[in-house]
Design a protein around this ligand. Sequence first.
Ligand code: SF4
Length: 213
Amino acid sequence: MSKGKPDTSAADFFPERKSLKAFREAAAGCQGCDLWERGTQTVFGEGARRAEVVFVGEQPGNEEDLSGKPFIGPAGRLLDDALVEAAIDRSQTYVTNVVKHFKWEPRGKRRIHKKPNAGEIKACRPWLEAEISLVKPKVIVCLGATAAQALLGPHFRVSQQRGQFIESTLAPYIMATVHPSSILRAPDDETRHDEQRKFIDDLKKAARVLSKS
Ligand code: SF4
């Protein structure tokens, strides 16, 4: 794997035109860190151009990498179901990730998720900042520790601060909850149902803010 210049980032690939479409097209050719060589394609965010709520995960998974679309695998389906329960219209949301390429390592014939490192998160962050500044959501919901620590600081603890709105310049309201993939990894049905209920409760807090004029 080649090692690009250490200070290379997504910003080096920014388009002239400041639109989501232009950014999505430019991100397709991003080589801001070495992950472009490992993933099938860039998985940029998708959703409503003026979404009131933006969900930010860690990185695309196996299915997302192959399809080029975020949150379409098992975790995305769990998120869809939770949005219905929380009465948040999925068509009015925008979903994206902190890192836009799938980082994985082989295990037999399978590609196993590997957590992105601090350098990769930093290199990819300009795409996320561009998405947020163009969509201008009222609420940002970080899904999981990687997204939460990238947007709310390295000391943020999802286990202790989930569901709380945190002051931020990124959006009027920003909070974090668990990543839906962590619910799928629950050791038994009872734990999974319990985690799912807590996840829906967190999303309902976002829904309450959205319903305020
Ligand atoms: S992970 Fe982000 S910064 Fe790295 S190559 Fe992909 S789009 Fe560019």
